[in-house]
Design a protein around this ligand. Structure first.
Ligand SMILES: NC(=O)c1ccc[n+]([C@@H]2O[C@H](COP(=O)([O-])OP(=O)(O)OC[C@H]3O[C@@H](n4cnc5c(N)ncnc54)[C@H](O)[C@@H]3O)[C@@H](O)[C@H]2O)c1
Length: 393
């Protein structure tokens, strides 16, 4: 039986811009490449403007629309709610959906504050006791090279982890004329580069190493404090007019931290690294080997095996496109690379498998809460002259 003939899983998606489109293609594509135990149905797309949501539903393949997310969670034909809206809405939507008995996939960062994230993790735990599942969208976990990196660490190929070096470098607001957007407003986004992209490298380094951060010392900076208000919106920003608004989040975050296993970590998250477009880079050095990853070359994982004789030792460039690699076997013949969107499809695959198996998927809302605590500790540290700040467990 292919997934086409499996029992349906009605999906309601809230928000239809960047992540809405990425998640839509994942829901559409997953059952065509992976043999899923349930068949996702693109049941309803929700936005706030009827014309815009109707247009988006047609483009992205959704069967119906709503203009209030509350209607989505009331519908009997919706089993799972997918939250693709800015952070200020995550807690309210996700908690209401879980209480209504709907499984939830919620975009990262889980929330805008630790208090919201705590409430969400509590709601998720209660829901799980009733068989209702939840997952937070730290999508990069599902890049095959990242899965391989985690496996190499778990297999002991790196030995004891000593250094974790992580950067997330973008440049889309390096130009001071780049207009305001919700990502630059604290009440909508929670924080700036820290929560938007720093959250990913916190999650990924913890995921790959199997360790969590115990404390941090950080610096935050807002280089451009006023920006033009947008006159039209684009993919991430848009076009600015003559009026300006205040940027109320960090433009860049730099922090260091200690991991539970004793490793030292350095982290950098910025949207001001001119020329770096999606430079999510991770390098890990252990007692037995090292690995390095850069999302701008996302099908490759670099691995250095410290046991090799010095004469021939060197970083090897593993092209992570073999059927033996995580998720890859479901796609193309070996060597035909994957792209940004595949991580979202893998996320759907893992979520649907967990829902069908009656298991809690990962990363859980509790994992999302833990990342939120790291982000909050960085902010507290930065506000206290970079003072060392423990992360509550
Ligand atoms: N997993 C990833 O790699 C990744 C990448 C980008 C963004 N994100 C996260 O995804 C979320 C959304 O970001 P985005 O880039 O898609 O933003 P976006 O601005 O492109 O889209 C946000 C959408 O939410 C809608 N929206 C806002 N408030 C709403 C409400 N009250 N009810 C219904 N719709 C509402 C907007 O109309 C828009 O369609 C954020 O939490 C962001 O951090 C995750």
């Amino acid at each position: 039986m292919t997934s086409v003939n499996r029992p349906p899983l009605g999906v309601g998606l809230i928000g239809y811009a960047f992540m809405g489109a990425a998640h839509s293609q994942a829901w559409r594509t997953a059952p065509h490449f992976f043999d899923l135990p349930l068949r996702p149905r693109l049941t309803v797309l929700a936005g706030r403007n009827q014309d815009a949501v109707t247009d988006a539903a047609e483009r992205l393949g959704w069967a119906s629309t709503e203009t209030d997310w509350r209607r989505v969670i009331q519908r009997d034909d919706v089993d799972l709610v997918d939250v693709c809206t800015p952070g200020d809405t995550h807690a309210e939507i996700a908690i209401a959906a879980l209480e209504a008995g709907k499984h939830v996939l919620c975009e990262k960062p889980l929330a805008n504050t630790v208090a919201e994230a705590e409430a969400m993790a509590e709601a998720a735990e209660k829901a799980a006791a009733r068989g209702v599942r939840s997952m937070v969208g730290f999508t990069y976990r599902r890049v095959p090279a990242i899965g391989l990196a985690r496996k190499l660490v778990a297999d002991g190929r790196l030995g004891d982890i000593r250094h974790v070096r992580a950067q997330y470098l973008q440049d889309w607001i390096a130009d001071p004329a780049a207009p305001m957007s919700w990502r630059l407003e604290k009440d909508k986004a929670g924080s700036g580069a820290l929560g938007d992209i720093g959250a990913h490298i916190v999650d990924l380094t913890q995921y790959i190493t199997g360790q969590t951060l115990t404390g941090v010392s950080g610096m935050l900076e807002t280089f451009v404090k006023e920006r033009p208000l947008p006159t039209s919106s684009g993919k991430l920003g848009g076009v600015g007019g003559s009026e300006t608004g205040a940027v109320t989040v960090d433009d860049a975050a730099v922090f260091m931290g200690r991991f539970t296993g004793g490793a030292l970590g350095t982290f950098e998250a910025t949207r001001f690294a001119l020329g770096r477009k999606n430079g999510l880079r991770i390098e890990i050095n252990g007692s037995a080997g090292s690995l390095a990853f850069d999302f701008e070359d996302m099908n490759v994982l670099q691995f250095f095996d410290g046991a090799e004789p010095a004469e021939i030792a060197g970083f090897r460039r593993i092209i992570v496109t073999e059927p033996e690699h995580p998720y890859v076997g479901a796609w193309w013949p070996a060597g035909h690379g994957l792209g940004y969107e595949h991580g979202f499809t893998h996320q759907v695959v893992d979520l649907v498998n967990a829902v069908a198996a009656g298991k809690d998927p990962t990363p859980s809302f509790a994992d999302g809460l833990q990342v939120q605590r790291v982000l909050a500790a960085v902010e507290r540290s930065a506000g206290a002259g970079s003072a060392w700040t423990e992360i509550p467990r």
